[in-house]
Write a protein that binds this ligand. Structure first.
Ligand SMILES: [Zn+2]
Length: 273
């Protein structure tokens, strides 16, 4: 038994979008499927982090007009009243001010749409990811799945970068992953790891819980079959990947990791089991 409290992870879903199934996996057909937008609340000894935000009304608000309407067209978003993370937390009695940090896995709209609701939180992301999207506007932003207006105006004052955190070697059972960055205040129970390919600066996290290590793999795969059976997403999906070669390298690493029976892997958009 551990003599200190292990990390606790709670899964939330804030809306979903739809795609045809074969976007996420070649050969899966034209059936329209739901891709939930997940977020995770991570707690250790009263310290709270939020991993991404899922959708929020801001997404619809800022994709009503101009070029960003295309975003709404390619991934129609469904978010009912009460389903944004803020509303869910309000009804669960989770004080938004108690969430010290929001970790941003990458800057796609379905991961950052709720940031403006968390006026008390600091942000953590990859410096490489931020530098890449920071000045993007209009079509160039849209191409990266980035809606600049979703970011709070004082974002840059509130952000810190994982590349500045202490680097560490990972436990041998997490091979072929070898290194990561220790999340401050996490007692080395949360290690942030680069998972390159899906978007520039795309990250995941290894989290030590009572049940062993969990990998929050964000969008490193869309569905379990991507990494379990190495089933590729559609060629169309390549359009939104920042680097398809690294994407498949990352996918292969997760494939190898998945042979380890005690490691749990969560994806942001996989269907409910
Ligand atoms: Zn994404």
């Amino acid at each position: 038994m551990a003599w200190f409290n292990m990390a606790k992870i709670t899964t939330f879903k804030a809306g979903y979008c739809t795609h045809i199934a074969c976007m996420a996996m070649r050969g899966a057909g034209l059936k329209v499927c739901q891709f939930p937008a997940r977020a995770w609340l991570i707690e250790i000894d009263g310290y709270r982090w939020l991993w991404d935000t899922g959708y929020a009304d801001y997404f619809n608000q800022y994709t009503q007009t101009g070029i960003f309407k295309l975003y709404q067209k390619t991934t129609p978003v469904y978010l009912n009243k009460g389903e944004s993370l803020k509303e869910q937390f309000d009804s669960l009695g989770i004080d938004l001010a108690s969430i010290q940090n929001i970790i941003i896995s990458h800057f796609h709209g379905d991961h950052i749409a709720g940031l403006k609701d968390f006026i008390h939180s600091k942000f953590i992301c990859s410096q490489e990811g931020w530098q890449t999207v920071k000045y993007l506007r209009g079509f160039n932003a849209l191409r990266q799945g980035f809606v600049p207006d979703l970011l709070p105006i004082d974002f840059e004052k509130r952000v810190s970068f994982l590349e500045q955190f202490e680097k560490c070697e990972l436990a041998p059972e997490l091979a072929p992953f070898t290194f990561g960055y220790i999340l401050p205040h996490s007692k080395k129970q949360i290690i942030l790891v680069p998972l390159p390919g899906h978007a520039v600066g795309h990250i995941g996290a290894f989290i030590l819980t009572d049940c062993g290590w969990t990998l929050l793999a964000s969008d490193a795969a869309w569905v379990k079959a991507n990494y379990k059976e190495l089933k590729k997403p559609s060629r169309l999906a390549h359009l939104i990947m920042s680097d398809s070669k690294s994407y498949y390298q990352t996918l292969k690493q997760i494939h190898q990791l998945s042979y380890h029976p005690d490691v749990t892997i969560y994806l942001s958009h996989e269907g409910e089991e």
